[in-house]
Design a protein around this ligand. Sequence first.
Ligand code: NAD
Ligand code: 0WE
Length: 256
Amino acid sequence: MLLSEKKGLIFGVANGHSIAWAIAQEAAKQGATLGFTYLNEALERRVRPLAESVNSPLIARCDACSDEELDEVFKMVDEQWGGQLDFVVHSIAFAQREDLQGKFLDTSRDGFKTALEVSAYSLVAVAQRAASRMTQGGSLITLTYHGSQQVVPNYNVMGVAKAALEASVRYLANDLGDQNVRVNAVSAGPVKTLSAKGIRGFGDMLKNSADVAPLKRNVEIAEVANTGVFLLSDYSSGITGEVLYVDAGLNTKACV
Ligand code: NAD
Ligand code: 0WE
């Protein structure tokens, strides 16, 4: 088993369709002990049974914009796991709905701040608290999307937030390398999740992506999860500061 003896925190499960949940399931299968956070009471109802199904007693509410709630989660790690932490899955993103349509040009100051704080700074805030507990080395992963590199219609401020997130992965990897804490991102192709559901035209996008991608299909959520677990495991011990695409090859294609 790839993750036996390892303990990890999973941020970003909303329901059974979340990418974070797919990673958690595979991590549990590979022997990891897991802790889960959820954003609010509404999601607690969904996350608690999922966490219990993989025997995780560590479940905490955590809005990644709240330093107090973040501190509380890591206090639970200290109390329940004696401060031992081996990995973190960061799978959090949010932009105001009105900023995921129309022109990026129209992004408000407040919308920009929200998207960048929730989707990019939250990784820094998590890394600050996780790294000091990763005394035997560790691995942090986050989820990103190609809209950080090229213009994807309507992705708008989220593309800018993902560019900040990917740069943060490189800077964090450099800061934490000397304690053998690795930081990487998985760049997933489009996957039908709660976050994707609200997006107009997502169905057409899935269809088009499958036609264009070298593998002539969309990526499966389990494939994203398997790569996530690889990056959490010692099999990836030489990889840090990297953005690894799991998108059936879609990012390699030019639009001609
Ligand atoms: P999802 O809706 O299941 O997950 C998003 C999570 O972010 C939710 O659990 C939500 O509660 C959490 N979140 C939002 N604001 C938060 C806050 N302030 N504090 C704490 N948590 C907060 O959707 P998903 O598709 O699984 O998204 C997970 C990650 O994968 C995101 O970073 C997303 O950008 C990325 N991603 C998704 C796709 C896709 O097509 N679905 C593709 C590439 C990357
Ligand atoms: O990162 C994402 C989506 C993240 C997301 C989704 C929502 C929907 C609901 C962030 N904030 C919100 N806010 C809401 O109110 N993806 C990679 C999926 C995605 O979203 C798109 C995409 C793809 C792909 C938006 C436009 C175009 C393509």
